[in-house]
Design a protein around this ligand. Structure first.
Ligand SMILES: [Cu+2]
Length: 74
């Protein structure tokens, strides 16, 4: 994940869905510092849909959030 300006990550949740079953995993944060780039290597759960939801605190004090999804076919 990349940010235009430094942000402090507060929370990242990965939801894995397959055949109507979903499992949420809260990812461990690699740092508590304000950063512009952060990398995660979450546990691979095989085929299905993955949704990553994140929340961060910008240097201006505003909370920013977003999400993205991808699918693994198999
Ligand atoms: Cu702001």
């Amino acid at each position: 994940m990349n940010f235009k300006s430094p942000a402090r990550i507060l929370k990242v949740v990965m939801t894995h869905s397959l055949d109507g079953t979903s499992r949420e995993t809260r990812l461990d944060l690699p740092t508590r510092k304000a950063i512009k780039k952060i990398e995660f290597t979450p546990e691979f759960m095989g085929a299905g849909e993955y949704k990553i939801e994140w929340r961060a605190l910008g240097t201006d004090g505003h909370v920013i959030k977003g999400d993205f999804s991808f699918e693994v076919s198999g």
